[in-house]
Design a protein around this ligand. Structure first.
Ligand SMILES: Nc1ncnc2c1ncn2[C@@H]1O[C@H](COP(=O)(O)OP(=O)(O)OP(=O)(O)O)[C@@H](O)[C@H]1O
Length: 211
C-alpha cells in the first residue's frame, strides 16, 4: 500500500489548518505524528481517510485520487477520537455486528483479539458500562480485526494502562512486519519514539520530518 500526499492545503474559515503537506507513506512502516493541541494531527488523519478534502493538492492511495477516483481508501482500519459503538450492546456484540457487514472475520478472531486485550468477550457488560480504556481497546480491535492494510489510529495509547500499552505496541509491530501501513498520532513523544519508523511533527499545520 502507498499513500502519497501532494501539496495538500486545507483552509477552513480563512485559517490554514494544513499547509502544503507533502509526504509519502508506504506499507511495512509505522509513521508517528506528534504535535501540540490544535496543531492539525486529527485533520491530517482525516485527510488520509478521505473524510476531509483539500482546498488545494491531493491524496493518492495506490495511485487513486481520494474524492475523485475513490471516496475512501479500501481496506482501511480507523480509530478516531471517541470510538462510537451501540451503548446497549456488549463489546462482543458490537464487534460481531460490525464484522457482519463484510462477513470476513470469524468470531474466533474477535474472541482472541478481545482475550489479547483482556476484554472478556463472554461478559454481559454493555458498552455504556465500559471504562474509557475498555472503550479504547474495542475501538482498536475494530480497526485491525478485518486484516485492514491501512491502519490509522488517533491517540491509540490514550487511556491505556502500562501493560495494555506494551501489548498494543507488540501488536502494531507485528502488523507492521506483515506489511501493513500504520499511521498514528500521540502527544507523548516517547510512545512515538519507541514504536515508529518515521516521525513527523506538525506545527501550526505545517509538517516537519524528525527522522
Ligand atoms: N470543523 C472545524 N472547523 C474549523 N476549524 C476546525 C474544525 N475542526 C478543527 N478545526 C481547527 O483545526 C485545527 C487543527 O485541529 P486538529 O483537531 O487537527 O488538532 P489536533 O492536533 O488533533 O489537536 P489535539 O491534540 O487537541 O487533538 C485547530 O485549530 C482546530 O481549531
Amino acid at each position: 500500500m502507498k499513500i502519497e500526499v501532494n501539496d495538500f492545503t486545507k483552509i477552513i474559515s480563512k485559517a490554514k489548518v494544513l499547509e502544503n503537506i507533502n509526504i509519502c507513506l508506504e506499507g511495512g512502516n509505522i509513521y508517528g505524528i506528534i504535535g501540540r493541541n490544535g496543531s492539525g494531527k486529527t485533520m491530517f488523519l482525516r485527510m488520509l481517510c478521505g473524510l476531509i478534502l483539500p482546498t488545494s493538492g491531493m491524496v493518492k492511495v495506490d495511485g487513486k485520487v481520494l474524492g475523485k477516483d475513490i471516496s475512501f481508501p479500501e481496506n482501511l482500519g480507523i480509530l478516531l477520537e471517541k470510538p462510537s459503538f451501540l451503548p446497549n450492546l456488549t463489546g462482543y456484540e458490537n464487534l460481531q455486528m460490525l464484522s457482519d457487514i463484510r462477513n470476513i472475520t470469524p468470531n474466533e478472531k474477535i474472541q482472541s483479539l478481545m482475550n489479547l486485550f483482556e476484554l472478556d468477550w463472554k461478559s454481559k457488560k454493555t458498552f455504556n458500562k465500559y471504562s474509557l480504556g475498555m472503550k479504547q481497546k474495542l475501538g482498536i480491535i475494530q480497526a485491525i480485526m478485518e486484516n485492514q492494510q491501512i491502519i490509522i489510529l488517533d491517540e491509540p495509547f490514550n487511556a491505556l494502562d502500562e501493560v495494555s500499552v506494551e501489548k498494543l505496541r507488540k501488536i502494531l509491530e507485528s502488523l507492521r512486519d506483515e506489511g501493513k501501513l500504520i499511521v498514528m498520532t500521540s502527544h507523548n513523544k516517547e510512545d512515538i519514539d519507541l514504536l515508529c519508523d518515521h516521525t513527523y511533527t506538525i506545527v501550526n499545520g505545517k509538517m516537519e520530518a524528525e527522522n
